[in-house]
Design a protein around this ligand. Structure first.
Ligand code: AMP
Ligand code: MG
Length: 403
């Protein structure tokens, strides 16, 4: 008999039993995308390092322009021009101004920039200012963006392209990140053949290894493929032990039910501690979780659809826990295109396609029996139906998870 836990209980168990490993490695900025920061990153420099103009116009002393207007411009002497990529060498005395391009350095003593649109070049070395400046107007001051000691990114952040930009701005050529988790993947079953073999009578191709490997890569882990193992308890034990010794986590798929041939549960119990056997979800009930120290040993159901959902819902959060990162997934709201039945006393997952019509997002459930890969092919995301819910009527608003 399986002792079934609810999804919430499983996620709580994961948080309680596993903990983030305190490990790090240094990578170059070019290799940092998608990696998990191991420590906070603080700036050591000022950005910008000089006062800059945010407009094309004239740097000047605001006082010299008080009260000016279209009718009575302030007439200032043109002291010179600031060039991009050069310091502000030009000296601007009172009642004078200097041309400054967007992003150019502001000459010392000037306290604002007036946009070129509000000025007039008289061509005789003087500039008419048609709108009064105010101190600070159109300027970014040194250190406005960041200053030495300011935390720019926090530990546990998964580095996105915009973070790489921020790191570049503060001159970080290297960052300290969590080592990628090595995750062993084993498929079990007499009937399985590798993708490149044509299945004989009663055989099917191994779907789970390539699928789980892809999921792990997308997550940022390093999958290690241990291939297909037939339903032989001794062989499977050896392979699982090998994977556990060489990886940070092991995922078996197939043979996870309570049948005589289903050895995964016994093996996980022998190699470590069995934590759970059975989650109240559909598909995906016969799921096993165990541990050898802080190493998760996971037994997924063989049905590819079930394996996919369990991996998404529980394995990825578990791996995230080992890295100390929080997985966030914001669903999109969509209108259900047709009614969906559910009456299982288990949370039900359903793959969907998303379609947009007249600016409205519609979720089209993909109907097929668990185990058929058509449910996964081309799915944009999935919805979850609560275990107490008896079904969803057509046009109801649903949340689609798609990350
Ligand atoms: P099991 O969990 O071993 O009882 O398998 C349940 C179903 O999933 C059976 O129809 C298996 O043939 C199928 N299955 C198990 N492992 C895989 C796999 N790696 N790829 C494709 N189908 C699988
Ligand atoms: Mg099997």
């Amino acid at each position: 008999m399986l002792e079934v836990k609810t999804p919430e209980e499983v996620l709580r168990l994961i948080e309680k039993v596993f903990y983030p490993a305190d490990r790090s490695e240094t990578v170059s900025l070019a290799e940092a995308l998608g990696r998990v920061l191991a420590e906070d990153v603080s700036a050591e420099e000022y950005v910008p390092d000089f006062d800059r103009s945010t407009v094309d116009g004239y740097a000047l002393h605001a006082k010299d322009t008080f009260g000016c207007s279209d009718a009575i411009p302030a007439i200032l002497n043109l002291a010179g021009e600031v060039k991009m990529g050069e310091g502000a060498a030009v000296r601007v005395p009172r009642d004078a101004c200097a041309y400054v391009p967007t992003g150019g350095a502001i000459p010392e003593g000037c306290d604002c920039a007036v946009m070129i649109e509000y000025t007039e070049d008289y061509g005789d070395g003087t500039i008419g200012i048609l709108k009064p400046g105010v101190p600070g107007m159109n300027l970014i001051f040194r250190g406005d963006d960041v200053f030495p000691g300011k935390t720019v990114l926090c530990a546990s952040r998964v580095l996105a392209p915009q973070d790489i930009g921020a790191l570049a701005a503060i001159g970080k050529t290297q960052v300290s990140v969590r080592p990628r988790l090595r995750v062993g993947v084993i498929s079990t079953g007499y009937e399985l053949v590798p993708v490149d073999r044509k299945p004989g009578p009663g055989q099917v191709r191994d779907v789970n290894s390539p699928m789980l490997t892809a999921l792990l890569k997308e997550f940022g882990a390093e999958p290690v493929d241990f291939g297909i193992v037939v339903d032989d308890e001794k062989l499977l034990r050896e392979k699982t032990l090998d994977a556990a010794e060489n990886c940070d986590a092991v995922i078996l798929s197939g043979g996870s039910s309570a049948g005589v041939k289903d050895a995964a549960c016994r093996i996980i119990g022998e190699l470590g501690e069995l934590l759970l056997h059975g989650i109240a979800i559909k598909p995906g009930k016969p799921t096993i979780l165990g541990r050898a120290g802080n190493k998760p040993l996971i037994g997924l159901p063989g049905h590819p659809v079930a394996a996919f959902f369990v991996a998404k819902l529980f394995v990825l959060p578990l791996l995230a826990r080992l890295e100390g990162r929080t997985l966030r997934s914001w669903p999109v709201r969509a209108e259900l295109s047709e009614s969906l039945n559910a009456n299982h006393g288990r949370m039900q997952m359903n793959a969907c396609r998303l379609a947009e019509e007249d600016g409205k997002l519609t979720a089209v459930p993909i109907r097929s029996k668990s185990g058929l890969i058509t449910q996964l092919a081309g799915a944009d995301g999935y919805l979850m139906i609560d275990r107490d819910c008896e079904g969803l009527p057509k046009n109801s608003e649903v949340e689609i998870y798609w990350q």
